[in-house]
Design a protein around this ligand. Structure first.
Ligand SMILES: CC(C)(COP(=O)(O)OP(=O)(O)OC[C@H]1O[C@@H](n2cnc3c(N)ncnc32)[C@H](O)[C@@H]1OP(=O)(O)O)[C@@H](O)C(=O)NCCC(=O)NCCS
Length: 155
């Protein structure tokens, strides 16, 4: 029998947090605690998104609104679902929901080449570095993107 997964991107719900925490723990050595994810979900109802496959959460991403810019706090795809375009799809959907007047910024571990490649592919550029930014002393690369309205040019 052929099963085709039904994938969907939707805003987070508070009852997703336990499942997102498992994904977070599978994705990072220094995962965010669930209370912090819960606060982010409460504060960012439009820009905390989950990607589900057959109703299981396989990816999540969250953008928080800071004073002078928007900030990509985290994005993660379940290890068994990586390299299938899901991380990029989620990032594209997050970007659509953001003000085009404000830059989108993020920090990423210097050694995280997969994420740096993803951000570069989406048009982020390196704008700086933060020495010893992470708890284990690793440096962060700071990246930024100026969002532009998607146009229907050519269609
Ligand atoms: C980074 C992450 C979210 C990427 O998600 P993904 O669904 O596997 O990525 P996609 O399949 O959408 O890939 C999109 C692009 O990202 C880049 N990319 C993704 N994974 C890569 C890898 N392992 N090596 C090199 N480039 C990679 C490629 O440019 C890719 O485009 P391509 O397929 O045309 O080559 C995922 O690896 C992950 O969850 N990592 C652990 C959590 C993490 O580090 N999050 C980022 C914190 S800053």
């Amino acid at each position: 029998m052929l099963t085709i997964a039904e994938q969907k991107i939707r805003p987070v719900r508070q009852d997703d947090i336990a499942e997102i925490s498992l994904l977070e723990e599978a994705s990072f050595d220094d995962p965010y605690p669930s209370y912090f994810l819960s606060e982010l979900a409460r504060d960012n109802p439009d820009t905390f998104l989950v990607l589900t496959s057959n109703n299981e959460i396989v990816a999540y991403g969250v953008v928080d609104h800071w004073e002078d810019h928007d900030h990509l706090i985290s994005i993660a795809v379940r290890p068994d679902s990586r390299r299938k375009g899901l991380g990029e799809a989620l990032l594209v959907e997050l970007e659509k929901r953001l003000s085009k007047e404000r830059p989108l910024k993020l920090e990423v571990r210097k050694s995280n080449l997969a994420a740096i490649q993803l951000y570069s592919k989406r048009g982020f550029t390196k704008t700086g570095a933060a020495e010893g930014y992470y708890g284990d002393g690793e440096d962060a690369v700071i990246m930024e993107k100026r969002l532009v309205e998607e146009t229907l040019l050519g269609s």
